[in-house]
Design a binder for this molecule. Structure first.
Ligand code: HEM
Length: 468
C-alpha cells in the first residue's frame, strides 16, 4: 500500500487507508449503494473520505471500483484525458472476463456511445455532436426558437392537464411534469413521429434505473432508434439525427442509434432531474431561490441547484494506462476510476466555496463535468429546465411540498440522483385562464410540432390526474 501521497492531503484527507492490499480485486470492499446512500449520500461520502482519503475503493453493485470523492483529485482526472482515458477496452477486469454477466450497469455502459468511448473515434463523434447541437443552442437560429416555443407549449399542456384535477389539489410534479416535459422536448429534438417516443422513453428509464429489466429494454430501445435513424437517412429534417448525420456522414446506422439513445437519455432523464431538483430548491429553500426566480435570475439559480444537487452524481469510468498514484493509493493500470461529482462537492475544499468561503469559485463546480469531455449541451439543458420552472411558477400561485424535503423518496441509481416523486399541494393562479381547463387537449387528440399527440403517454398522464 502506498501512503506517500498523504503529504499533500489536507485535514479532510488526513485519514489514511486501512491496512489491506493495493490490488482492487483482492480488497474487502463496502457496498456503495445502500439505504444510507439513498437517503443520506453526503454522510456516506464523508465517511469514505475519512476512512480512505480522497479516493475510496468501493463495491459498485458487485464490481470493485475506485470512487473519487476529493475535489482536487476529481479535477485532476477530468482535466487529463490522456492519462485518464475512458474506453471500455481499457478495463482490465472486463478484458479478463471478470465482470458479472448480469451486472446492472452493464447495459448502460456497453452501449459505448460518445460518453463512454475514447480515442480518435470519440473526437470525431464529439465534433459532430457539437455541430448537431449548435442550431438548438444558438438563440438566433430558427431551431432554437422553435424548440423554446414547443417547450413552452408542452409545459402549458401539462399544467392544464394537472389543473383538470381542480384549481386547487394534489399532484406529483415528478410524474406529471418534470419527467414527461423533457420527454416531449426529446421527441421534438429527435423528430420522432407520433407516439414512438413514449415507448422509447419508458425503456430509457428502465436502462438508466439499472434494474433487472434493463437488458431487454435496451434491446427494444436500440431497435426503435435504428428505425428512426434509417428514416432520417432517407428523409432528413431540422432535427438532431439529421444534423448529426450531416456532420458525420460516415456514421453507421448502429452507431447513430447509440448516439440517439444517449441524447434521449440525457434530455429526458438528466433534465427531468434538474427540473425536479430546482422545484425542491425553490419550495424548500430559505426564499432566496424564489427571490432569484422573481428577479428573472433563473439561470443563476439553475447553476446553484446543479452545484448543490448534481443530477449526474457519478461519471462513467476512466482507466489509467499505467499504474498511477491518486489519493492514498496506487491505482493499477486498467482499474476503473469513477469520479463522483456529488462526492467531490462534499469535499470541504469545495463545499466551503458554496458557503461563501471562496477557496474555489462556485463556477468551478463539476456538475457539467470538466476538461475536454465536459457536457456539450449545458445551454440546451438549462433552457429546457428554465422554461419548465418559470412556466410552473407562473401558472401556479401556490405550490407546497407535501413532505419535508429531506423525506422525499429518492431514486436509487448509481448514476443519477433526484426525487422519485414530488408530491405537492397546488393552487392555480387567478390569472390562469379558466378556459385553460377546457382548452386542455382531450387525451390522445391534440397535434404538436412533433406529430399527433403521444397517446400512450397522454393516457398514462391522464390516469395520474387527481380529482379533489
Ligand atoms: C441537467 C442536465 C445535464 C447534466 C447535469 C449533464 C452533465 C454532464 C456531465 C457531468 C458530463 C461529463 C461526463 C464525463 O466527464 O464523464 C456530460 C457529458 C456529456 N453530456 Fe451532459 N448533462 C446534461 C444534459 C445533457 C443533455 C441534454 C445532453 C444532450 C443533448 C448531454 C450530452 C452530453 C454528452 C454527449 C456528453 C459527453 C461528452 C464527451 O464525452 O465528449 N448532456 N454531461
Amino acid at each position: 500500500m502506498n501512503m506517500g501521497k498523504s503529504m499533500d492531503c489536507d485535514l479532510n484527507h488526513a485519514a489514511g487507508p486501512p491496512p489491506g492490499h493495493d490490488r482492487l480485486e483482492s480488497m474487502v470492499l463496502e457496498p456503495l449503494i445502500t439505504r444510507d446512500y439513498e437517503s443520506r449520500p453526503d454522510m456516506v461520502y464523508d465517511r469514505l473520505r475519512r476512512r480512505y482519503g480522497p479516493v475510496a475503493p468501493v463495491d459498485l453493485l458487485g464490481v470493485p471500483v475506485w470512487l473519487v470523492v476529493g475535489y482536487r483529485e476529481a479535477l485532476q482526472v477530468l482535466q487529463d484525458d490522456t492519462n485518464w482515458p475512458k474506453g471500455l477496452q481499457n478495463w482490465r477486469a472486463r478484458s479478463e472476463g471478470r465482470l458479472p454477466k448480469d451486472w446492472p450497469l452493464g447495459p448502460s455502459l456497453e452501449v459505448n456511445h460518445v460518453l463512454i468511448q475514447d480515442g480518435p473515434g470519440h473526437r470525431t463523434l464529439r465534433t459532430a455532436w457539437d455541430a448537431a447541437l449548435r442550431p438548438f443552442q444558438d438563440p438566433r437560429q430558427p431551431e432554437a426558437r422553435r424548440l423554446k416555443t414547443a417547450i413552452t407549449g408542452y409545459a402549458d399542456e401539462l399544467i392544464s392537464l394537472v389543473a383538470r384535477g381542480g384549481r386547487t389539489g394534489w399532484a406529483d410534479l415528478s410524474a406529471q411534469y418534470s419527467r414527461p416535459l423533457p420527454l416531449m422536448a426529446a421527441s421534438h429534438l429527435l423528430g420522432f413521429p407520433g407516439s414512438q417516443g413514449d415507448d422509447a422513453l419508458m425503456d430509457m428509464w428502465r436502462v438508466l434505473d439499472a434494474g433487472s429489466d434493463a437488458a431487454p429494454a435496451l434491446e427494444r430501445l436500440l431497435g426503435a432508434l435504428a428505425e428512426l435513424g434509417a428514416a432520417k437517412m432517407r428523409a432528413p429534417g431540422p432535427d438532431f439525427p439529421s444534423f448529426l448525420l450531416a456532420a458525420h456522414p460516415g456514421i453507421s446506422l448502429s452507431e447513430l442509434s447509440r448516439e440517439l439513445m444517449l441524447i434521449l437519455g440525457m434530455v429526458s432523464d438528466h433534465v427531468g432531474v434538474l427540473i425536479s431538483n430546482t422545484v425542491v430548491e425553490v419550495l424548500a429553500g430559505d426564499g432566496s431561490a424564489r427571490a432569484s426566480l422573481s428577479a428573472g435570475m433563473i439561470r443563476d439559480m439553475m447553476n446553484r441547484v446543479a452545484m448543490r444537487k448534481p443530477p449526474h452524481i457519478n461519471l462513467a469510468p476512466r482507466f489509467p494506462p499505467e499504474d498511477v498514484q491518486l489519493g492514498n493509493y496506487t491505482i493499477a493500470a486498467g482499474d476503473p476510476v469513477w469520479v463522483s461529482v456529488a462526492g467531490a462537492h462534499t469535499d470541504p475544499l469545495f463545499a466551503k466555496s458554496a458557503e461563501g468561503d471562496a477557496v474555489v469559485s462556485t463556477r468551478a463546480h463539476l456538475s457539467w463535468g470538466a476538461g475536454p469531455r465536459q457536457c456539450p449541451s449545458r445551454e440546451l439543458a438549462s433552457t429546457i429546465a428554465a422554461v419548465a420552472v418559470s412556466r410552473l411558477f407562473e401558472h401556479f400561485s401556490g405550490l407546497e411540498l407535501v413532505l419535508p424535503a429531506d423525506q422525499l423518496p429518492w431514486r436509487s441509481s448509481p448514476l443519477m440522483r433526484g426525487p422519485r416523486s414530488l408530491p405537492v399541494r397546488y393552487s392555480v393562479s387567478d390569472a390562469y385562464p379558466a378556459a385553460a381547463d377546457a382548452a386542455a387537449p382531450e387525451p390522445g387528440t391534440a397535434d404538436t410540432a412533433a406529430g399527433p399527440r403521444r397517446s400512450s403517454l397522454w393516457r398514462y398522464l391522464s390516469g395520474l390526474v387527481r380529482s379533489r
